[in-house]
Design a protein around this ligand. Structure first.
Ligand SMILES: [Zn+2]
Length: 130
């Protein structure tokens, strides 16, 4: 009698069937994680576009109305960067906020609460981009 038949211990037996089920489950989990990552990238792109637009508008207004120079801007960027965390790394640390709808902690960088879907209370102004 062959050991390769259905239900046997060889190739095509229960062990192989279980392995295939686990592989399929792992593949579904990986696909779900990839989908989540893609959604996160889209959210980050929206934030980046908003920040770029807000900064461009602010810089345009400031130059027109005050005559502030590029050197002054760069000096202030350095000052704020160092004041944030003592490290000149070209970025501000992200802060956690409390969702006004469900009370859970959410990232200030997310457009919506990941628990209840409530919009980020930071609004659509400059703070929403930070
Ligand atoms: Zn919430």
């Amino acid at each position: 009698m062959s050991s390769f038949g259905i239900g046997g211990r060889g190739i095509g037996g229960f062990g192989a069937f279980q392995g295939a089920r686990e592989a399929a489950s792992a593949a579904r989990d990986a696909a779900h994680r990839a989908s989540d990552a893609a959604e996160r990238v889209r959210d980050l792109q929206i934030r980046l576009d908003h920040l770029t637009l807000a900064c461009t508008a602010l810089w345009s207004i400031l130059k027109e109305k005050t005559g502030i120079t590029e050197d002054e801007l760069l000096a202030r960027i350095k000052e704020l960067d160092l004041a944030d965390d003592g490290v000149q790394d070209g970025r501000l640390k992200k802060k956690a906020i409390i969702c006004p709808n469900c009370g859970r902690t959410m990232s200030s960088t997310h457009l919506r609460c990941m628990y209840c879907g409530h919009d980020n209370p930071s609004g659509q102004g400059f703070d929403a981009a930070l």
